[in-house]
Write a protein that binds this ligand. Structure first.
Ligand SMILES: Cc1cc2nc3c(=O)[nH]c(=O)nc-3n(C[C@H](O)[C@H](O)[C@H](O)COP(=O)(O)OP(=O)(O)OC[C@H]3O[C@@H](n4cnc5c(N)ncnc54)[C@H](O)[C@@H]3O)c2cc1C
Length: 322
């Protein structure tokens, strides 16, 4: 029987697995086809693709800065230099800090941390049961696994659904409201734009990224990521599936109007609704650990809206387990 089953391969799952794996047997279960969770990279072909969720890292804490510096030296991540434009002066004051990205894609950190660790993809945990001193984990595909300890790293509403009956503290009494966002991936003709990203002042389209500016690939077409504001995401993420073309067009026409970039041809679009994008209001604790039943929870939403909060949460949980 494995010592630790870890649910999720995002930064929180990858970080805690990497640490535990030095001492214990660990297996990661991930419901998606690939690694990285909300920092996934959507590959178009070969090494060409889009950062689908997380856009960049901007480390704030001393510990995370030191971690990212190590990853820069190991060539896992790099600086995203270039021309980052701010159409919103208030945002400009807040956001003018360094931007780090994965060398190949923003899921590179999870990939790096999970090297050599047993991971099973397309494996969605649907139910958990605690026996005397072990867990029985049931998955959507009717398989199950036994584990001595269980760590869950999913967004707040999903962990609550799976584990609330086993959690004795007030954790799930917190009202964690996760922001939503619509993202359009767009491939156009070469536009000649020298802008790497735009923070806008619009109430529908909040952020535009020029994927070619990340210098991961050379391609004869431009790749763009358009992200809605949380305000727009909150209103439309639940029903975008019925009107994908409509929402795609709304974001693309905003893109054209705001940037004045000349688009002659669109080759590819893809729209995705991130229902649980991030939580902006930190909780009083950074992670949850119940040694008696071997249940741990770590995720970004304990600490805030950024990947760094997931990393800090996983480190906090590891210190509790230790
Ligand atoms: C559109 C968008 C833009 C963002 N931009 C930025 C940014 O620029 N900078 C920044 O710092 N942060 C950004 N973030 C936030 C950042 O992506 C997250 O803080 C971080 O990726 C969270 O990592 P995590 O490991 O805690 O959660 P996740 O990455 O969500 O990992 C949880 C994993 O668990 C898996 N899972 C869930 N339930 C189950 C189950 N039942 N069974 C098996 N697997 C399961 C999920 O598939 C997922 O892979 C952005 C997020 C989004 C969505």
């Amino acid at each position: 029987m494995i010592d630790f089953a870890v649910i999720g391969s995002g930064i929180s799952g990858a970080t805690i697995s990497n640490k535990l794996n030095k001492k214990y047997s660990v297996k990661v279960f991930e419901k998606a086809k690939g690694v990285g969770g909300r920092s996934s990279f959507k590959r178009f072909k070969d090494n060409i693709g889009f950062d689908h969720g997380l856009q960049y890292l901007s480390p704030r804490s001393r510990e995370f800065k030191s971690f990212t510096n190590k990853l820069i030296r190991k060539r896992v991540i790099k600086h995203w230099k270039g021309n980052h434009e701010f159409l919103n002066e208030r945002v400009k004051r807040d956001k003018k800090h360094i931007k780090l990205i994965g060398v190949r894609g923003n899921n590179d950190i999870s990939k790096h941390l999970l090297k050599g660790i047993n991971c099973k993809y397309q494996s969605e945990l649907s139910e958990i049961q605690r026996k005397k001193d072990y867990w029985i984990l049931s998955f959507k595909d009717n398989t199950y696994t036994y584990a001595k300890n269980l760590i869950i790293t999913a967004p707040f509403p999903q962990v609550k659904k799976l584990a609330s009956r086993f959690v004795k503290t007030k954790l799930f009494r917190n009202k964690v409201k996760m922001n939503s966002s619509l993202t359009v991936l767009l491939m156009t003709n070469k536009t000649g734009s020298n802008v790497s990203s735009f923070f806008t002042n619009d109430n529908i389209l909040g952020w535009i990224s020029n994927e070619n500016s990340k210098k991961r690939f050379k391609y004869n077409k431009d790749l763009w990521v358009l992200q809605s504001t949380y305000e727009y995401g909150k209103k439309h993420t639940d029903n975008y599936r019925n009107k994908k073309k409509f929402y795609t067009n709304v974001l693309i026409s905003k893109f054209k109007n705001l940037t004045k970039i000349k688009i002659k041809k669109i080759y590819f679009t893809h729209i995705h609704g991130w229902k649980y994008s991030s939580n902006s209001i930190p909780l009083k604790t950074l992670s949850y650990w119940d040694k008696k039943i071997g249940l741990g929870i770590c995720a970004d939403w304990f600490g805030g809206p950024r990947l760094e909060n997931g990393w800090l949460s996983a480190n906090d949980l590891y210190n509790k387990i230790k």
